[in-house]
Design a protein around this ligand. Structure first.
Ligand code: IMP
Ligand code: MG
Length: 182
């Protein structure tokens, strides 16, 4: 799907094209939920959402998983107002749920350079979980993925994407689809 919708959520802003429609996302999140349910037959599963980008993905994914889960968050920042990663990662909030001996599934919006994730995985590994894996909605495949990357929604185009949690300078997060901006 690639037509540009007229959408009051955009205000005067423009998008170039819709990369993943609302329906594409719903279908794929449902499939990921089923994959994750099958992958964790036992043990305690903690979904750790990386905010703010994973906001809607985490909410939809968690409800597509047919087994008990806990939900917590990690808040880090690496981008500021830039479209290009600076490589600096600051952690502002860490999960309050004890992670030792539990399955951790990190829920990430998009893997770009993978730097943010690399730093956060190091921290989570030191919590001695039973297992550590990552579910990313989008993967730009610009760098070799971390071995923990186990569930991926879509291979993403190399363009800058917004919507369904993804922002540009905090704009566009609430679009129910994922779009390319100029
Ligand atoms: P990385 O450290 O370069 O992998 O960047 C990861 C983070 O940068 C993601 O979790 C997003 O918050 C943000 N990011 C990377 N690519 C995009 C994009 O195309 N649109 C919006 N945010 C992005
Ligand atoms: Mg961001």
């Amino acid at each position: 799907m690639s037509h540009v919708p007229s959408d009051p959520r955009l205000g005067t802003r423009r998008i170039r094209r819709v990369a993943f429609s609302r329906t594409d996302i719903e279908r794929r999140v449902g499939e990921l939920g089923a994959e994750i349910t099958a992958a964790y037959p036992d043990g305690d599963l903690v979904l750790v959402g990386l905010l703010k980008g994973s906001l809607f993905f985490l909410a939809d994914l968690a409800r597509a998983i047919q087994r008990p889960v806990w939900i917590d968050f990690l808040v880090a920042s690496s981008y500021g107002r830039e479209k290009v990663s600076t490589g600096e990662v600051r952690v502002r909030y860490e999960p309050a749920i004890p992670l030792q001996g539990r399955h951790i599934l990190v829920v990430e919006d998009i893997i770009d350079s993978g730097r943010t994730l690399g730093v956060l995985l190091d921290r989570l590994r030191s919590a001695e979980p039973q297992s550590l894996a990552v579910c990313a909605l989008l993967d730009k495949r610009l760098a070799p993925p971390p071995p923990e990357l186990r569930f991926v929604g879509f291979a993403a185009p190399p363009d800058f994407l917004v919507g369904y949690g993804l922002d540009h300078a905090e704009d566009f997060r609430h679009l129910p689809y994922i779009a390319e901006v100029d």
